[in-house]
Design a protein around this ligand. Structure first.
Ligand code: BTN
Length: 249
């Protein structure tokens, strides 16, 4: 197995670590570069959402240059989610679960989110995996609109979390999955997604750019898509890039 030392650049503040990582990517930085910031002024999530990034949380982005077809690169978000789940389970004993495709929950509350962005350009292809984890922000200090659905690790752990230790633990986990994956020797990725994902077998609300509907989440397809069945019996494969899936309230 390849082991790689991640070069880590830490800044006090930036707009978004994804943007800073892109800046370095365009300058030709190597795979494995990690950018982390103590706070972000324009942290963002999927589908144009804001990622609230006050001091206390862990915000970072990893630069990757996988030589894979686009259908495979879509699985990297799932791989990062697995690494977050395993880190929280193994090092902190937390009942973390994956909410396909890009969230990590504990007790139904969103603790972490993943935003994967990519580019094909003259300076080479790259993928940025941006991860935000609510660690030391007490839940009442999270913005009011997200309080019903968001949580923070500090609610589950007595001592304050060391974000840099958590980052190192995550990177060890991530690397242990990523390098076998890009070499084609990781045979259990989808099994791990199935094992940790909290949606399978449940009634869910599917929201796409085109439609909103209720369905049952059935399985994860070979390409990482979520297979759902509508009440009329039709089955659909939902790609991570296109949809948001929510539990029904
Ligand atoms: C989501 O839940 O929709 C994804 C949230 C991703 C947030 C992280 S924080 C580090 C990186 N920089 C950003 O601006 N976003 C990601």
């Amino acid at each position: 197995m390849i082991t790689i030392e991640n070069q880590i650049i830490t800044v006090e503040e930036t707009t978004s670590t994804n943007d800073l990582a892109k800046h370095y990517a365009k300058q030709g930085a190597s795979e494995g570069l990690v950018i982390t910031a103590k706070r972000q002024t324009q942290g963002r999530g999927r589908r144009g959402r804001i990622w609230h990034s006050q001091t206390g949380g862990l915000y970072f982005s990893i630069l990757l240059r996988p030589k894979l077809p686009p259908t495979e690169t879509a699985k990297i978000t799932l791989l990062a989610g697995i690494a977050v789940v395993e880190t929280l389970r193994e090092h902190y004993g937390l009942a973390a679960e994956l909410k396909w495709p890009n969230d990590v929950l504990i007790n139904g509350k969103k603790i972490a989110g993943i935003l994967t962005e990519g580019s094909i350009s003259s300076s080479g292809n790259y993928i940025i995996v941006g991860i935000g984890i609510n660690t030391n922000q007490p839940a009442p200090t999270l913005p009011e609109p997200i309080q019903p659905t968001a949580g923070s690790l500090v609610e589950f752990i007595n001592d304050p979390l060391d974000n840099q230790v958590l980052l190192q633990q995550f990177l060890a986990r991530f690397n242990s999955h990523y390098y076998p994956f890009v070499q084609g020797t990781h045979l259990k990725l989808l099994d791990l997604v199935r094992k940790y994902t909290s949606l399978l077998g449940q009634e869910v609300l599917v929201v796409t750019d085109q439609a909103t509907y209720r369905a049952q989440a059935l399985d994860i397809a070979d390409n990482g898509a979520l297979i759902v069945e509508k009440p009329d019996g039709t089955k659909h494969k939902l790609l991570a890039a296109d949809v948001t899936v929510r539990r029904q309230s």
